[in-house]
Design a protein around this ligand. Structure first.
Ligand code: ARG
Length: 545
């Protein structure tokens, strides 16, 4: 299914031979779209642009959907869709349960690795971004008929647990009584202890060995630390409304039994070789090898990620794997993907993509920190936002600010700007949505039925809105492909702005007959697009605000 602008563009391209680069017209008197294709062709061919434009227009057949094209200025081609064509497209969308969201022709199984925080540490601001972005991808891809499997790759394994468990035993603490804040504090103390006391350091090291060899007491405390942490994570996931459940938990430790298999497979097919006592994979384009097994026999973060790809492809049957992880891990993922391809864990048909994101900055333009200079906890950001607005609005503010600029850009966490109901913000979109509801509610109260057809589109403001709404499906598809949520944010903002112009210029309930009916239907279509669009961003759309 192609949208009207896509159809116009394709027909113009068929005649002109090059991309017409159709742009929305800047003024209603220029129609709906404008192309400078004749100016570009004229330059190439050394002919007068208006002549070239006239030739194109003469060959162009758009009678079924558009008014006769017009030439403007030095050779612009202005196109105006017929009001009936716009009305038909908008009505078709309104009649569609899916509001024009297409169903993928080839539904995929998509694994999304998020939010993946670390045990015995509170989630920090970086985890805010993976949570919001990962969940948006989850919603967008699911809405198009793909099967999404989130994988919460929590950091629940490694030498730090030797320290932690030893500190707990040393201090005679009941691990079951700790909460995550206390556990994190303990971690800090354990590190200090480790540095200051060689005897403790030795005990902590042997505690790591006990953990790895499955010592019951050690495992029990380690488990308790995981339970404390995941309980706190789940509270935050719930606050953010994430579509990640306990079933999606697949922490680093869940791959422990696979690591030896990975090693024997890589050694068996010659992918990995021993270098200075360590088992390594060398891949072209990387100046250091990936260490699969350290010379002391230990495994690291990378080996676990190889095992994770192996399981995601073989057992979860992923066609696409998306890692929503901070930009600083770019090298790690490039290398993991290259090694996984070489090893055959990542077949050609499976896409692996690291979606990196930029930093969240403070008002001073530097990495967001607490007053005392330590890294900001995610929970503090949520509290700060909820101190300014109701939870649904606060979450909208945070999520929209995060998704609406390019993911790889840093952005400033300016809570006052983010919660404002004017400007390019989440709450502004929520208000626009609530206003559509208000009109529909009033109509209902007055006993006026909302029809399912848009029939009259005489006013430019009605036309602009009717032109935008049916593009919804195409925009969502674009986000699914490019993994750039800011496109959906920009589109929804355009819809909200077009709606408010329409609302100012075209009375709805005060008009009559077919005009009123058609305008009400347009309100309903706008309401549905905004509600679904916000949902895909993970933002609630309350009926009243
Ligand atoms: N736990 C890591 C962190 O908080 C992120 C893990 C990302 N996922 C992965 N498969 N490596 O930085």
């Amino acid at each position: 299914m192609s949208s009207l602008p896509q159809t116009l563009s394709a027909r113009l391209q068929a005649v002109a031979g090059i991309d017409p680069e159709l742009r929305p017209a800047t003024k209603p008197q220029f129609g709906h779209f404008q192309s400078n294709v004749a100016l570009r062709l004229a330059k190439q061919e050394g002919k007068p642009p208006r002549e070239v434009a006239q030739q194109i227009v003469d060959q162009l057949d758009l009678d079924d959907i558009a008014e006769p094209p017009e030439l403007a200025g030095p050779g612009f081609i202005n196109l105006r869709l017929k009001a009936e064509t716009l009305a038909t497209a908008a009505s078709e969308q309104l009649a569609d349960q899916r509001i024009g969201l297409p169903i993928a022709e080839h539904p995929q199984i998509v694994v999304i690795d998020y939010p993946s925080p670390n045990v015995a540490k509170q989630m920090h601001v970086g985890h805010l971004r993976t949570s919001i972005i990962g969940d948006c991808f989850n919603r967008v891809l699911t809405s198009l008929g793909h099967t999404v499997i989130p994988q919460d790759h929590i950091g629940d394994w490694g030498t730090q647990f030797g320290l932690l468990v030893e500190e707990i035993l040393d201090a005679g603490i009941d691990a079951g009584s700790l909460d995550l804040v206390a556990a994190e504090d303990l971690y800090r103390r354990a590190n200090e202890h480790f540095k200051a006391d060689p005897a403790f350091a030795a005990r902590a090291r042997s505690r790591v060995v006990k953990l790895q060899s499955g010592d019951a007491e050690t495992l029990k405390i380690w488990r308790q630390l995981i339970d404390i942490s995941t309980a706190a994570f789940r509270k935050i996931y719930a606050r953010l409304g994430l579509r990640v459940t306990e079933e999606n938990l697949a922490g680093e430790s869940s791959y422990n039994d696979d690591l030896e298999k990975v090693v024997s497979e890589l050694e068996g097919n010659g992918t990995a070789v021993i270098d200075q006592g360590a088992l390594c994979v060398f891949v072209e384009g990387f100046n250091s090898p990936m260490i699969i097994r350290k010379s002391d026999g230990g495994y690291g973060y990378s080996t676990t990620d190889l095992a994770a790809i192996r399981r995601r492809v073989r057992e979860l049957h992923a066609n696409r794997i998306i890692y929503v992880v901070g930009a600083e891990q770019g090298f790690h993922f490039d290398q993991v993907f290259a090694v996984a391809r070489k090893a055959g864990y990542l077949p050609d048909g499976v896409e692996a993509r690291h979606v990196a994101y930029g930093l969240i900055l403070g008002n001073d333009g530097k990495r967001l920190r607490t007053r005392s200079g330590s890294t900001m906890k995610l929970v503090d950001l949520l509290d700060a936002a909820e101190a300014k607005a109701a939870p649904a609005v606060a979450m909208a503010a945070i999520k929209y600010a995060d998704l609406s600029s390019g993911l790889n850009k840093d952005y400033v966490f300016d809570i006052d700007r983010m919660v404002a109901t004017t400007g390019n913000t989440g709450p502004y979109l929520q208000y626009a949505h609530a206003r559509t509801h208000q009109v529909l509610r009033k109509a209902e109260a007055e006993g006026i039925a909302v029809p399912d057809k848009i029939t009259v589109l005489d006013e430019p403001a009605e036309q602009s809105l009717a032109l935008l709404l049916p593009r919804f499906g195409e925009i969502v598809e674009e986000v699914a492909q490019t993994l750039q949520p800011h496109r959906l944010c920009g589109y929804l903002h355009d819809v909200a702005v077009a709606y408010s112009t329409f609302y100012e210029q075209c009375p709805v309930l005060k008009s009559e007959g077919e005009v009123r009916a058609s305008r009400l239907a347009l309100c309903l279509a706008t309401q549905r697009v905004l509600a679904k669009g916000l949902d895909l961003l993970g933002i609630q759309a309350p009926d009243r605000m």
